[in-house]
Design a protein around this ligand. Structure first.
Ligand code: GTR
Length: 424
């Protein structure tokens, strides 16, 4: 063999990157063995909820922190909540709309804007969905009373987004993802925040993010085991929860955290870390979210850490093409939510996010729910399109169609939440 071809082949095989094609065909999924959820690092078997919470849960949280999302600082930052706008007859009289600024620390210059809707017809505290949005609060509804974000926006074309800044034309531009009227009609509230308030979705944005609140002297970016953008977004969801606990319109024991795609990854990580979230919904969250990474179907660790290095901690990219060396897989992320209700949703054409891998994470998390006598998912085969399953604590559906969040998705989340929260 020619010397240079030999060298090339060696490196190709060693890195497995040049030769590995993106997998889109189930028959090409390599065999894999998932790390055990119910065996502790020291080899003990967990068979009770109490032991799960005392030992294994903490171990898994640590493994996800150090290897995937990075450690979230736990020091409390003083918060200040300022109500900036209230309309008690918004959306043609159907809603109460509130806007709140949450200031982080004293004079840090960091803050986030929350938009809240409550159904006007319901008296008393309501259950609520909380989720980050991609491009400013004004995209969730055409309501002219929503303040337009002034911050940097990653995607979007003119006229809605000009030079990475949102305009009037962006109002309601992602309303299809939010089903605000349906949520209110079912007696739920909705709270949302632009993810860019916490960290702009760019690789060089750490200095413009909440990371700076925790920088050590001279620090300019996170250490390899410190939080990335998903960590910052999840942190923001917990700070939103801090606010929600003070709002008398909200039943803070019935707050579901939800997110689509990269923000679905953030919702899962927020729900895993913060048990105040009574329910967690992952919509098409894919690699680094609900999908089992060992399947290598669609997006992989190598692809995602190359395209979006800032989302994860630096350590995650060390597992590119070495998925089997990762001490956890993403069924562990779903299990960290147990025994609280969790809903995972896929879309039939969203192969990039690996619908089957998303299903299997929820399926393989089921033994942890069983510790609490809850039935999870019982079949290793996902259901067909548009057939929601899971009457107990784990819900799943694969909607017909592509990578987005729709009224159909919301209808399932509302059904599931109604049952989970035992709403009359
Ligand atoms: C894609 C990315 C996915 C997913 C998606 C999204 O480009 O590969 O992991 O997060 O973006 O957020 O819409």
């Amino acid at each position: 063999m020619n010397y240079w071809i030999g060298i090339w082949l060696f490196f190709s095989i060693a890195t497995n990157g040049f030769t590995q094609k993106t997998i889109r065909d189930e028959s090409l999924v390599p065999p894999y063995k998932l790390p055990e959820l119910l065996t502790t690092n020291s080899g003990k078997t967990i068979n009770a909820g109490r032991d799960w919470e005392k030992t294994r849960r903490a171990e898994l949280l640590k493994l996800f922190s150090e290897n995937v999302y990075g450690k979230t600082p736990d020091k409390k930052i003083p918060l200040r909540f300022v109500v900036t706008r209230v309309d008690s007859s918004a959306l043609g009289g159907k809603a109460i709309r509130k806007e709140i600024t949450v200031f982080f620390g004293k004079n840090s210059g960091r803050s986030m804007e929350m938009l809240l809707y409550f159904p006007r017809s319901v008296k008393g505290p309501v259950p609520l969905f909380l989720g980050l949005n991609f491009a400013g609060n004004q995209v969730v509804h055409a309501d002219p009373g929503i303040s337009i974000t002034k911050r940097w926006v990653r995607d979007g074309k003119a006229p809605a987004v000009v030079d990475h800044h949102a305009t009037e034309a962006s109002r309601g531009s992602q309303a299809g993802d939010w089903a605000v009227e349906d949520i209110l009609a079912r007696g739920f509230g909705l709270a949302t925040i632009f993810c860019g308030d916490l960290q702009p979705d760019r690789a060089d944005s750490f200095d413009e993010s909440v990371h700076t609140l925790y920088y050590k002297k001279g620090q300019t970016k996170p250490e390899p085991d410190e939080w990335g953008a998903i960590g910052a977004w999840a942190w923001g969801l917990s700070r939103a929860m801090d606010y929600l606990e003070t709002d008398t319109n909200v039943n803070a024991r019935q707050v579901a955290v939800i997110g689509h795609s990269r923000l679905g990854k953030a919702a899962l990580w927020a729900g895993a870390q913060d048990a105040r979230f009574a329910m967690v919904v992952s919509n098409n969250s894919g690699e680094g979210g609900a999908a089992l990474t060992r399947r290598k179907f669609g997006e992989t660790i190598a692809i995602i850490t190359n395209a979006f290095p800032h989302w994860f901690c630096g350590n995650y990219k060390n597992f590119a093409n070495r998925e089997n060396d990762l001490p956890i897989d993403f069924h562990g992320l779903i299990a960290l939510i147990a025994p609280r209700p969790v809903y995972v949703a896929s879309a039939s054409e969203d192969w990039w996010a690996d619908p089957k891998g998303e299903y299997l994470s929820a399926y393989h998390a089921s033994p942890v729910y069983a510790l609490y006598d809850y039935q999870g998912l019982t079949s290793p085969e996902p259901p067909g399109p548009d057939q929601p399953i899971g009457a107990d604590k784990i819900g799943y559906h694969m909607r017909k169609g592509g990578h987005t969040m729709t009224r159909f998705d919301w209808a399932q989340y509302l059904n599931f939440a109604e049952k989970a929260f035992e709403k009359p």
